[in-house]
Design a protein around this ligand. Sequence first.
Ligand SMILES: Nc1ncnc2c1ncn2[C@@H]1O[C@H](COP(=O)(O)OP(=O)(O)OP(=O)(O)O)[C@@H](O)[C@H]1O
Length: 254
Amino acid sequence: MELLNVSHLKKIYTTRFGGTQVQALSDVNFSVEEGEFVAIMGESGSGKTTLLNILATLDKPTAGEVLLSGVDMSSIPEKQLAMYRRNNLGFVFQDFNLLDTFSLKDNIMLPLVLSGKTYSEMAPKMMELSRRLSIEKLLEKYPYEVSGGQKQRAAIARALITEPKIILADEPTGALDSRAAAGVMDLFEYINREGQTILMVTHSIQAASHASRVLFIKDGEVYHQIYRGMSGQREMLQKISDTLTLITAGREEA
Ligand SMILES: Nc1ncnc2c1ncn2[C@@H]1O[C@H](COP(=O)(O)OP(=O)(O)OP(=O)(O)O)[C@@H](O)[C@H]1O
């Protein structure tokens, strides 16, 4: 079933005092099925962050529509946006965004605290999730006491605890060494196999090769996409790498 539908999305930034205009997205169209793990790749400046900010309801498009479970995001009143985000979206960032003065346990429970849940409602859920993500022994530690990979595991637990419809991840392996990055991507594959829909923006071919589909953005449009299908992760990595070579070659010939 279709979960997310993005149609004719356009974003023009106008600098202050109405000066120059930058077209970050010209006409983006794609949809994401429930249970998919989609990666978005594209060169620096191709509009990935702009797209993610619009999907996160942190920015508004100049034109076009985003539907999540059939609901037009632009129809949500400004005052309800924070609650809408908390109830529907999960976020995973490059720099983890954990609060340093909170233990990992309190960081993970924070979204539920903000939703007004009681400790007895939150604790069993937090414990179950921590076991699934193999961080149950780290719960009393603070972010500065654990590794980058462990921080990202806690951030993923925080994103999952509200049972979001979709996880939006912005370069989730960007601050990790290759071993920790592979661990985090294995975890993404695992939560996706369990049914979690994920949309991830990344520069990393390695990270994208774990996805079931990769979209390539170029000049503010979805230029190409490839499906993993039955191929293994190594094969997918090769497919992505070949596609990027073709896209770069196309640009140099132009
Ligand atoms: N607030 C803004 N005001 C004006 N122009 C902007 C603004 N944010 C982004 N842009 C421009 O829009 C275009 C797309 O930027 P965006 O950050 O979405 O690209 P990106 O693909 O995420 O890049 P990167 O991979 O480097 O993060 C760029 O040309 C950028 O300079």
